[in-house]
Write a protein that binds this ligand. Structure first.
Ligand code: G4P
Length: 288
């Protein structure tokens, strides 16, 4: 599985839009998913956003295994990123995004004031792969006060500026980029938590990967959700049978509906029904 793009057509369009607009942008909010802080990060992002200052916004922190995700936060901080973990469902840390943004613009604004000019509005672009929470983030930032300059916020179709407050505007572009699925684990993680076309990765493969990963790192969750305490990697069918019976995935005659079992497993993880899990494991050195 080398160099598979999800949707190359859209990708080209997004790249073009970002390229056209990037010179207007002061700060990029790069959004990644806290359950897969490596897999959900667009690896060639620097090509698109040049050297613009950026905030790395890590969403779905309510669904991740914080102990593991914390290692990634440290890792990215060591690389010089400003990382902000957020739970967009509960609206935590949204104000920190705004204050960090102001802080990043401080020097620039100070200079303007010294030169007798007014503070300039900060212009932000949000980028990330599909389903990481970009639209939700826009809606959270906009809140009630917003008087958006253009279409409905969060519905990223045209190139409108959305006014967040008197000093901040968001470029409402579809800042969606798709990673190249050239690492098997990355593709499997993305398929576990977001959506990848079945032609790219068969669903049964994804479900089995989920089971194996849970068994390896979170056996208690397998037990809790499906009553499974053991998996035989050489013969996964008995495991699917147990889940099928437990979750009522049966067809006429009491036989197991394996397609249903597979979609139950994927859905449980994708929808965050099984929580506090992080599939990207940090294996490098953090100290020193
Ligand atoms: P996108 O624009 O990047 O494609 O992502 P979007 O905001 O549509 O978010 C995708 C899904 O992730 C949404 O769920 C959204 O509610 C959920 N989500 C975003 N951020 C967080 C977070 O921090 N925590 C949790 N638990 N969920 C988050 P959905 O099922 O598609 O819609 P709905 O549940 O909002 O109805």
């Amino acid at each position: 599985m080398t160099n598979i793009n999800w949707y190359p057509g859209h990708m080209a369009k997004t790249k073009r839009l970002i390229k056209e607009k990037i010179d207007l942008i002061d700060i990029v909010y790069e959004v990644i998913d806290g359950r897969m802080p490596y897999s959900s990060k667009i690896r060639d992002i620097d090509q698109y956003i040049k050297n613009k200052p950026r905030l790395l916004i890590m969403t779905k922190i309510d669904l991740c295994d914080m102990q593991e995700t914390q290692k990634w936060i440290k890792y990215y901080e060591k690389q010089g990123y400003k990382v902000l973990p957020v739970d967009l469902k509960e609206n935590t840390n949204i104000n920190k995004i705004l204050s960090a943004t102001e802080e990043m613009m401080k020097e620039d604004n100070q200079k303007r004031i010294e030169q007798g000019m007014n503070k300039r509005k900060t212009r932000v672009l949000i980028v990330g792969i599909p389903n990481v929470g970009k639209s939700t983030l826009i809606n959270r930032l906009v809140g009630k006060k917003a008087t958006n300059v253009g279409n409905k916020p969060g519905i990223t179709k045209s190139l409108d500026w959305i006014r967040i407050n008197e000093s901040l505007e968001l470029l409402d572009t579809p800042g969606i980029l798709w990673p190249k699925l050239d690492e098997e684990k990355v593709a499997l993680n993305l398929a576990s938590f977001t959506a990848i076309k079945e032609e790219v990765l068969p669903l049964d493969e994804v479900a089995i990967y989920i089971l194996k990963t849970l068994y390896k790192y979170y056996p208690e969750k397998l037990k809790e959700r499906y009553g499974i305490t053991n998996i035989n990697y050489d013969d996964i069918l008995p495991t699917l049978d147990v889940i099928g019976k437990k979750r009522g995935c049966l067809i006429k005659g009491g036989e197991i509906d394996y397609d249903k079992v597979i979609s139950v497993i994927i859905n449980d993880v994708k929808e965050g029904i099984i929580k506090n899990i992080t599939f990207d494991r940090f294996e490098g050195e953090l100290d020193g």
